[in-house]
Every structure is written in C-alpha cells, then in structure tokens.
Design a protein around this ligand. Structure first.
Ligand code: ADP
Length: 185
C-alpha cells in the first residue's frame, strides 16, 4: 500500500513474522517504524529494549514484570544505585539474561497525576533515544509507556509516542501487547 497526501509519503512495506511477534513496518518519509504484536521481553534482534519502569526500578506488573523475570535478579540489583527516577527520566542498565544488550528504563507519567502528562511522555521518548545514541545502540524497541497501570489512554499515548520518535530517530520498533494496540499505533 502506498499513500501520498501531498506532504507526507506513507508507505506500508507489509508485515512478516519474526521471533518477537508479527511485525508491521511503515515508512514515514525517511523514518522507518516497526510495530510488533508481541512481548517486549522477547525482541531477540534488538539491541536495547525500553522498560515502562517504576520509580524504584524494581520488578512489578506489565512490562517491568516481564523484563525483570526474563532478565533475572541482576536487573533489579543494577537499578538500585540509580533509583529512584522521576517521571520523564530514563536510565540505562545492562540486560543480563534478556536477549538484548541494554535495558533503558523510563518512568512514564501516571495519567491524571504527573502533569503535564503529554510532555512527560514526550520526555521519556526523547531521553530514551538520547541514551541509545550516547551508547551507540543500533536499534531500540519501546513498549507503550504509561498505558497499563499508569492509565494513559492508548490513542493519546500512541499519538504522542509516534509523533515524538519520528522527530528523534530514523528507525524504531514498538512492541505492543495486543493486535488492537498495534492497530492504534
Ligand atoms: P505503565 O506502568 O507505564 O502503565 P505497564 O507495564 O503497566 O506500564 O503497561 C504499559 C503497556 O505495556 C500496556 O499497554 C500493557 O498492555 C503493555 N504490556 C504489558 N506487558 C507487556 C509485555 N510483556 N510486552 C509488551 N507490552 C506489554
């Protein structure tokens, strides 16, 4: 499918199965965005995965639980000296038993509590991508930060996250938990 609205070329290059899930690739001008319906803890071809972390960088539910379970207890140990973090902040650790080199831990805003939510969510994306660049990370996968326990509506969060990453980088993956979430992204 190829769409052109005068300003923007949007080219859907199709979907394929990879180990981490079903992958949909889209190109917005020269930016390539991949969306996978799959587990952020199983992105085997990715150098850095982003954690929708809690402030104390410990295991929990959702993304943090999945990443900590797969990484092993060293991940929480590695977080201890750098915790707590603030909403919008990102920090980096090794990935231990995960199939990745690094975990970039972002603390998203709690919807309705940490304000302004939209700029804090943007900051998460910016800081994560900056850390990836500083560490010469070749590719990165994000979950949908703040849209689980932190209550951010998926449509609003998707709009912000995609808008921000398209400004910041040329190639990025979103690992989303359900097909519905992938469609929204
Ligand atoms: P937050 O506390 O930032 O809201 P959560 O981990 O509770 O983070 O949820 C963030 C999003 O990630 C939600 O949309 C949730 O459905 C999704 N999610 C949960 N587990 C996983 C996983 N293993 N891989 C990818 N996405 C996940």
């Amino acid at each position: 499918i190829f769409l052109f609205n005068g300003k923007e070329k949007i080219c859907c290059i199709g979907s394929k199965m990879i180990e981490g899930g079903e992958l949909m690739e889209k190109r917005f001008n020269d930016v390539q965005i991949e969306c996978v319906t799959g587990d952020i803890a199983n992105q085997t071809d990715i150098s850095a995965v982003v954690n929708a972390a809690n402030a104390v960088l410990k295991s929990g539910g959702g993304v943090a639980g999945a990443l900590h379970r797969a990484a092993g207890p060293e991940l929480a140990e590695a977080g201890k000296p750098i915790a707590p973090i603030q909403p919008g902040q990102a920090v980096i650790t090794q990935a231990f038993a995960l199939p990745n080199d690094y975990v970039i831990h972002c603390l998203g805003p709690v919807y309705g509590v940490d304000k302004p939510e939209s700029s804090l969510l943007r900051q998460c994306c910016q800081h994560a991508i900056r850390l990836a660049e500083e560490n010469k990370i070749r590719n990165i996968a994000f979950p949908s930060i703040s849209t689980g326990a932190f209550g951010y509506p998926m449509e609003e969060a998707a709009e912000i996250a995609v808008d921000e990453v398209v400004k910041q980088t040329k190639h990025l993956r979103f690992a989303l938990f359900s097909e519905k979430d992938e469609e929204i992204f």
